[in-house]
Design a protein around this ligand. Structure first.
Ligand SMILES: Cc1cc2nc3c(=O)[nH]c(=O)nc-3n(C[C@H](O)[C@H](O)[C@H](O)COP(=O)(O)O)c2cc1C
Length: 216
């Protein structure tokens, strides 16, 4: 074959990165700066993601400013109060820390920018635009793990308010709000599993062969 060939040892490294990628819910972040060169490698990885029609429909806002992050944190607090009501039958919810907005050195807001002209591949499934941004998130997340940097994804936010705070163009959609920082621990299992909030689903229950029709 032509093109870069990967050896078994390299495959194992990727497997390890995928296996040990974690969400840091917020407690374990350390008060330590992320060097610019390291952050640039994460952004590079995000920008290498696949995108529908190679539209690269993403724009990122890198936020270090504490006063801006405090505004976002207030937004989280308000939304989280609503969430607490929704989960009022599950007192465990109140014990979970679900963001690291102000106890990380860097936040990144990742936006989807819709195109004003048709995009190859997006003509039938419009959501493939935002999906592309999710792939940029995942690339960044895996590269962050390879740099031993923890990532938290905060979705308990009011999109409109976040856009206002960040002066985002009206057509842009907020896809992900990430908190990045070095951590004191990468847990072996998802923190929501450790907290007994959710359990891993079995492969058997998720994978179908040929169709959903199990009577075949
Ligand atoms: C779309 C999306 C939104 C998420 N929103 C939040 C969030 O608001 N707060 C949080 O603490 N974690 C959030 N997470 C992280 C998940 O809780 C986490 O991925 C899940 O518990 C599995 O853990 P793991 O990433 O360590 O495997 C989000 C993850 C995704 C993919």
């Amino acid at each position: 074959m032509k093109g870069r060939y990967f050896e078994e040892q390299e495959r194992q490294v990727l497997e390890q990165i995928i296996r040990h990628r974690r969400t840091e819910l917020g407690k374990n972040f350390l008060n330590r700066e992320i060097p610019e060169t390291v952050l640039n490698r994460l952004i590079w990885a995000a920008l290498k993601a696949p995108s529908v029609g190679f539209s690269q429909p993403w724009e990122f806002v890198i936020i270090r400013d504490v006063s801006i992050r405090e505004k976002i944190k207030n937004c989280f607090e308000a939304e989280n109060e609503k969430a607490k009501q929704i989960f009022k039958d599950k007192p465990l919810y109140n014990q979970l820390k679900l963001e690291g907005i102000t106890n990380t050195p860097v936040n990144i807001a990742m936006f989807y920018k819709p195109s004003s002209s048709p995009i190859l591949g997006q003509t039938s499934m419009e959501k493939t635009g935002p999906y592309s941004v999710c792939l940029a998130v995942q690339n960044l997340w895996l590269m962050a793990r390879a740099e031993n940097i923890g990532v938290g994804w905060v979705s308990i936010l009011d999109e409109k308010q976040v856009k206002q705070i960040l002066h985002a163009p009206s057509e842009n959609e907020l896809v992900a709000y990430l908190c990045l920082g070095y951590v004191k621990e990468f847990t072996e299992r998802p923190q929501l599993e450790i907290a007994n909030w959710e359990r891993p689903k079995s492969q058997e229950s998720l994978i179908h062969y040929e169709s959903y029709n199990t009577t075949l």
